[in-house]
Design a protein around this ligand. Structure first.
Ligand code: CO
Length: 277
């Protein structure tokens, strides 16, 4: 064996196995991404912060953030308990949040689409590598090529997953731009438009115009230009649109004069008025 070959074999044996870096990268990425999402939600709506303090159940995502970051650094130690932690935390999170993540995948224009498209593959990759690492912990990870070095099917799998995520983000971004453009442009036929971002409490005029004046017998049409589902619901129970998906319209004919206030069921802070004279 030549000196160069000996050095490279030695490196393989003493350097950290590739599998540990995959676990570290996947867990740290997901932990920080989840934290970024939580912080951005809190900044958007400060009332959430008080809900957070009053309801311990909502702390669960923050506990997961801590476990992901802890799991990431623990993985680098190569200890068996760290593999157990990485496997359990990633699998439990996938099971708990799979319905939510899959739901987010269906709407590329939603603010947290990027977390779903990148997070789910990252967690699955971590789960696979941590289980394989656990199974091979006794003999040492360096003895399995797919755990020891990126020049193996382990490395190929990692590259494939990273490629899938980047592709998904690009396609999602293109779709999001189209969705926003289609929703924004098609509103001309409607009298009242549910604006993009209406689900954000800081949007001052979620129903635009906030007050519409029409004549007795007129039909008023609402258009949902937002990426979220909304309703047009009378405060007195006179009318209710039911769920309006993005791009949906709904009409109501006002037969009597009066002032009609309405709101959105999922977002009670969304309020509008129709004055019939
Ligand atoms: Co709403």
């Amino acid at each position: 064996m030549s000196t160069a070959e000996e050095t490279s074999t030695e490196k393989l044996r003493t350097g950290k196995p590739f599998a540990l870096w995959v676990m570290f990268g996947g867990l740290l990425y997901f932990g920080l991404a989840l934290l970024a999402l939580i912080v951005s939600l809190l900044v958007q709506d400060l009332t959430l912060f008080f809900i957070l303090l009053s309801d311990p159940f909502i702390l669960i995502p923050l506990v997961f953030v801590a476990l992901f970051v802890l799991g990431a650094f623990a993985s680098l130690t190569g200890k068996r308990w760290a593999f157990v932690l990485a496997a359990v935390v990633s699998i439990v999170f996938i099971i708990f949040f799979l319905p939510l993540l899959v739901n987010r995948l269906s709407n590329p224009a939603a603010g947290d689409f990027w977390l779903a498209i990148s997070g789910l593959p990252a967690l699955i990759l971590v789960a696979i590598f941590s289980i394989l690492a656990l199974a091979n912990a006794k003999g040492g990870l360096a003895r399995k090529r797919y755990l020891a070095t990126p020049e193996s099917w382990g490395g190929l799998l990692t590259v494939a997953v990273v490629g899938f995520v980047i592709g998904g983000l690009i396609v999602g971004n293109i779709a999001a731009t189209s969705i926003t453009r289609i929703l924004g442009g098609a509103a001309e036929a409607a009298d009242i438009r549910i604006v993009l971002g209406a689900e954000n409490p800081q949007t001052e005029v979620p129903f635009d115009p906030a007050t519409l004046t029409v004549a007795v017998g007129d039909t008023v049409t609402w258009y949902n230009a937002d990426i979220a589902v909304h309703t047009v619901t009378s405060d007195t129970g006179l009318f209710d649109s039911g769920d309006l998906a993005p791009g949906d319209t709904w009409s109501y004919t006002f037969a009597e004069a009066g002032t009609y206030t309405y709101h959105c069921i999922p977002h009670a802070f969304m309020k509008g008025t129709v004055v019939v004279s």
